[in-house]
Design a binder for this molecule. Structure first.
Ligand code: 8X3
Length: 258
């Protein structure tokens, strides 16, 4: 018989990149599931507003301004906790869609910093707290870009492959410790900011990404999946879950209505 799912009550869930999109939706859903949510992001006003909204709704949520690429700040943040239950490494994103031949090395570096080093920083700083809690979960929100490439994917695909490898390697290395490592790899998700950030605020280019796609995934679709994986019984590790909209058969095979 399966062990009962661990009680979320009073367990702390740290979510990075919680100011918008998948991160904000995940913070909402984990709070609703009973976790004490710690929202982190660079944009303080946004996470404070969300923490206030969740608190008013009767949930437990606090905001902590954090740049995941700033290791000293991450280490300082970690001192606030004796134990935590869940770490959702969601902060990241794409910059540009240039071919390898002409892509900006600065964009590549930034994407590696946020998607890989950011995840590494939080994971290293909080792993002892997850182990100390006796029943921890680390979620790496990677991407289908971590499992196959596409033209113009360049630096983003390289960075998300890095995030995937971090999750796979960590799972091997900490086996036997009471911490699960879960990778969630979403495909096309329509959020307010992902494509806009990628194209430097160019709304036309951003809109083209989703053009004709009947129903791209939403941030809530992904947040529900993360919350489902996290709330499985402690002995059930969802190693890797790839989710895409029905209209997207692969990174490059997308059905668009005329
Ligand atoms: C987002 C998926 O297709 O833009 O992580 O790389 S894609």
């Amino acid at each position: 018989m399966a062990t009962a799912a661990p009680s979320a009550a009073s367990r702390i869930a740290v979510v990075t990149g919680a100011s918008s999109g998948i991160g904000a939706a995940t913070a909402r859903q984990l709070a609703t599931a009973g976790y004490r949510v710690v929202l982190t992001a660079r944009r303080k006003d946004r996470i404070e507003a969300l923490a206030e909204e969740l608190t008013k709704a009767g949930h437990s949520a606090v905001a902590y301004q954090l740049d995941v690429t700033d290791r000293a700040a991450v280490d300082e943040f970690a001192t606030a906790f004796k134990t935590i239950g869940v770490l959702v490494n969601n902060a990241g994103g794409a910059l540009g869609a240039d071919p390898v031949a002409t892509g900006d090395p600065a964009d590549w570096r930034t994407m590696y910093e946020t998607n890989v080093i950011g995840t590494l920083n939080l994971t290293q700083a909080l792993l002892p707290k997850l182990v100390a809690g006796g029943d921890g979960v680390i979620v790496v929100v990677s991407s289908t870009a971590g499992h196959g490439t596409y033209e113009g994917g360049g630096g983003y695909v390289a960075a998300k492959h890095g995030a995937h490898v971090l999750a796979e390697t960590l799972r091997l290395e900490i086996v036997g410790q009471p911490v699960r490592v879960i990778e969630i790899a979403p495909g096309m998700v329509k959020t307010d900011e992902f494509a806009l950030t990628r194209f430097g605020g160019d709304t036309e280019k951003a809109a083209k990404v989703y053009e004709g796609v009947a129903e791209p995934l939403t941030a809530d679709d992904v947040a529900e999946t993360i919350t489902w994986a996290v709330t499985r019984p402690s002995h059930v590790n969802v190693d890797l879950l790839v989710l895409r909209p029905r209209a997207q058969a692969s990174n490059t095979k997308i059905h668009r209505e005329p």
